[in-house]
Ligand binder design. Structure first.
Ligand code: GLN
Length: 547
């Protein structure tokens, strides 16, 4: 049966709870334990699928097709454990399950209440698959004291009582603010945060204290005393240059040891940290830099393309170069010539996106990359735009476009080279969709297989002709234009197993121009960079030597 670590936060949000959880997962693995990480989010959306990337950052898609919080991306990048649908749950999902059961009559006429019905539903989620791993790490979103969070805190309190003693431990992240005027770190907010936790019945076993300054021993002792935590379970967390330093940094300050102590696991298995030593070496000892332009729409919030930024970093690590990604708002190219703005870059990436705004600019970026022979990686919408560019500028279809934009605007302006997919197969199932369906969870989502044509660039990059990658889209390049576009040199080098859906296109007479309908960034890890990103950065490195 798994041991459970519940990770909560206090004082302020954005303390890096997700990262601390992911790093702890990596450290427990390094000690030979199997882990699974889970995120419990108090917001009322059923899942983040319909939330704007401006507001909530990237939507992370799992193999089994769930649209989840971006923290699951961190979990996967640090542990390599593929997240599942059941690893992300929100209040919205919990309440909708409870209400569905109520309508079905499952509660046999009882009055439905937060305790026990909502808390029971949460406890059931937490325990899914508990027999499969040594440690289950459950992070609660938000901070202690949030109204929406209360049922989750109550549920984990009950859960720890339901389990035998020693089966659960609580780790709480807080902030030690620094007062420059008196040159002091203040512990009071941490004390209050723990007080708040204790008032709802939770006593933290481990306190992780974020601080911009070294925490003096006497402050650590004070926190331990006032918060009723053992002194060596007060773990400092300082700012890092790279998130990938987190496992080693947390190990050095004793986080994994503190967790093992909390469970009484003794003697603690010795950790094997070779993987993280190598990752740090690659980060710190990069030779040179390549500049990649990311031409997209959600450029104000870095988190909107979190996995892409990380996958590029991994690609840099594979090639021992630093990747400097710069975000360019695609709409600029609708007003200005793309060439002067894009010339300084060694590669161009057009990421996924939704809606028409900015797409003419993305088409310009694809044209620039094709005609100037600059490495180009088009992801999802970025592939669709590259195909539209080819159709318009070489295929003689000057009004080529995507049905997505016609649906949005209402009317018919384009020849739908990219069309709304209404029917497809996943495994043995047929899936059907219609325009006007609910927005949540209705895209082509999750892992799908693709077959690559032997001898193409992508087959060479993957070293394989059978792949599976994660998808998240509603629209699809229309196979009926394949012949016309291949005659121009745009090869359809990857297809769905039934041969109906184009998965990858590549320009044959170009140093590196690939469009993929899926999201390779979601599967990249620092210790296993995705082959497409590794090779894209290699091509950029080559380009950097030319200019
Ligand atoms: N908006 C496009 C579609 O739905 C692309 C989606 C994406 O880039 N993830 O097909």
């Amino acid at each position: 049966m798994a041991r459970f670590v519940f990770i909560t936060g206090g004082v302020v949000s954005s303390l890096g709870k997700g990262l601390a959880s992911a790093a702890l997962g990596a450290l427990l693995q390094a000690r030979g334990f199997s882990v699974r990480l889970r995120k419990l989010d108090p917001y009322l959306n059923v899942d983040p699928g319909t939330m704007s990337p401006f507001e909530h950052g990237e939507v992370f898609v799992t193999d089994d097709g769930a649209e989840t919080d971006l923290d699951l991306g961190h979990y996967e990048r640090f542990t390599g454990v593929a997240a599942r649908k059941t690893d992300s749950v929100s209040s919205g999902r919990i309440y909708s399950n409870v209400l569905e059961k109520e309508r079905r009559g499952d509660y046999l006429g009882k009055t439905i209440q937060v305790i026990p019905h909502v808390t029971n539903e949460i406890k059931e989620w937490i325990s899914i698959g508990e027999d499969e791993v040594d440690f289950m790490l459950c992070e609660i979103g938000g901070t202690v004291g949030d109204i929406e969070g209360l049922p989750f805190f109550e549920a984990i309190r009950q859960f720890s009582q339901d389990k035998p003693r020693g089966q659960c431990c609580f780790m709480h992240l807080t902030l030690l603010p620094y007062l420059a005027a008196s040159s002091e770190l203040k512990t009071k907010p941490t004390q209050h945060s723990v007080k708040e936790l204790r008032s709802i019945g939770l006593q933290p076993d481990i306190l992780v204290c974020r601080s911009e300054h070294q925490i003096p021993e006497k402050e650590r002792a004070k926190i331990a005393l006032f918060c009723n935590v053992r002194p060596d379970a007060v773990i400092p967390a300082y700012d890092l240059k790279s998130i990938y330093e987190a496992p080693m940094a947390y190990h050095k300050v004793g986080l994994d040891q503190a967790v093992l102590d909390a469970f009484g696991i003794s003697p603690a298995p010795r950790p094997n940290l070779d993987r993280w030593v190598d990752v740090e070496d690659r980060i710190h000892n990069a030779e040179g830099e390549v500049r990649v332009a990311i031409v997209g729409k959600y450029t104000q919030l870095e988190d909107a393309y979190k996995s892409i930024a990380e996958a590029l970093t991994h690609g840099g690590m594979a090639n021992r170069v630093r990747v400097k990604s710069e975000w360019i708002d695609a709409e600029i190219f609708e007003r200005e010539d793309a060439a002067p703005l894009l010339e300084p870059y060694h590669a161009i990436l057009v990421p996924g996106g939704f809606g028409e705004r900015g797409t003419e600019g993305k088409i310009k970026a694809a044209e620039f990359a094709r005609t100037h022979k600059v490495p180009y990686l088009g992801i999802c919408l970025g592939m669709q735009m590259a195909v539209i560019e080819a159709a318009r500028n070489l295929g003689g279809m000057t009004d080529a476009g995507s049905e997505e934009f016609d649906h949005e605007a209402g009317g018919k302006r384009f020849t739908p080279v990219v069309y709304h997919l209404k029917e497809w197969v996943q495994g043995n199932h047929k899936i059907e969709r219609n325009v006007g369906d609910d927005k949540g969870g209705t895209m082509r989502l999750g892992a799908y297989n693709a077959n690559l044509t032997a001898g193409t660039r992508v087959a060479e990059i993957y070293g394989n002709t059978a792949i599976d990658e994660r998808h998240r889209h509603r629209y699809e390049v229309d196979i009926k234009y394949r012949k016309a576009l291949e005659e121009q040199g745009l090869k359809f080098s990857g297809m769905s197993p039934d041969g109906k859906l184009p998965e990858i296109v590549e320009w044959t007479d170009h140093p590196w121009f690939i469009g993929v309908q899926f999201h390779p960034e979601l599967k990249s890890k620092p210790f296993a960079p995705h082959p497409l990103f590794a090779d894209f950065v290699r091509a950029a490195k080559e380009m950097s030597r030319l200019v």
